[in-house]
Design a protein around this ligand. Sequence first.
Ligand SMILES: [Zn+2]
Length: 413
Amino acid sequence: MPKLFFIILSVFITTPILAWDNHATMTQAAIDQSSNLNAYLNQQIPTESLADFLKTTTHSLPQKLNQIEQELRRAEAGYRPLPENLTYAPAHSDCAQDLVICFKKSLRINLNASLDAARNENISLRDALITASSQPDFGFDLYLYEDSGTAFGKYYGFKTQPLGISTTEFGTQILFHMSTYQDDPQILNFIPRLNEDYPEYRAIQYFELSRFAANAHHPYWSAVFLGWGLHYIQDMTQPYHAILSNGASSDDLAIIISQAKQGNPLPLQAFIALQTDRHILLEGLTDYILSATNDSLYRPILISALKNTALDHGLHSCEVRPGYIRQHVDLRMAKTSAEYQAMLLATMPASFVSDPSFNAGEFNAYDDLFYTDMNEAQRVQFTEQVVKAMQWFGAYTRNCLKQYKVYSPKVKV
Ligand SMILES: [Zn+2]
């Protein structure tokens, strides 16, 4: 593996890359007017602590987790198996001592991330789901590698971090929230560990757990796991998360990689810097628009795109198994990558999107960018292109909800 490449990446991937910054707002809009989901979403359900959920499922949950693990080992490409000693086994005394920690270890998530719920109250399933759809960005997938500087990273089995600076917070979660599934084989051959990519792993874990919790009559955890699973599907609708080399042609990559192999890292270095800047600017400006609640022109366009059900029909049914994200959500979005790059180049100042020395990670003047640097035609062009991603975000969210929603009539509120 070319060490040089790691060093180059380490210089640039130091900034927060979260995909869509505001999953909760977007999920809320996506499910707001979906009448065929309302009966499900409006159910009032009791919140339940994770410890209580685990206490009442000690006999059935281990089997479910084992089944998920076997399926991942059998069919998920690039998957590094769960080390045997992390298998969830509540019958063992060390696991029984603290079921929550034992469960978190079996999921291989950040042990410092809080998973618990508000207590002693009933909430709507809709609210539980909306909140949960943001949660995986609150640290679940940080510091999971051997060189992340955490105790758990040393035994999770993900080896050392394939990309980015190991101690930089968001660098450590890149390959859990961004996909390389559609990247050019030239890049994957150059850096084979890019195949160890986990959005699909996460989605499978959580969708399966959601179904399990629903069937076991734990509607709160069914909704929370479903929200977590949706997060990873939703991340894939950010074009720069759907494919690492978004917008680059095979010919461009061939030249860049061959120069790097010959000892000239500069073109690769510039390419990564530009990719990172464009990625951050796309989601930063989208978030700026979505958060501008006093904007009566552009924000409503994005919100109505999230609600628009025109793309809902004809989607492949959402069965979150090995291959589902790769072959459907991710593949579709990766095909749009050239469009997004062209749009960014046409709408944003060249000093932002075509100058590798610019650092979008330190930029936050989105107000100036949108209303001063960009003219009206550019604002419209940007918004219209992002509308497409918002439509897919909404469509895939509703598609998976339809497939995974389970009513829980036995629940007493
Ligand atoms: Zn994410």
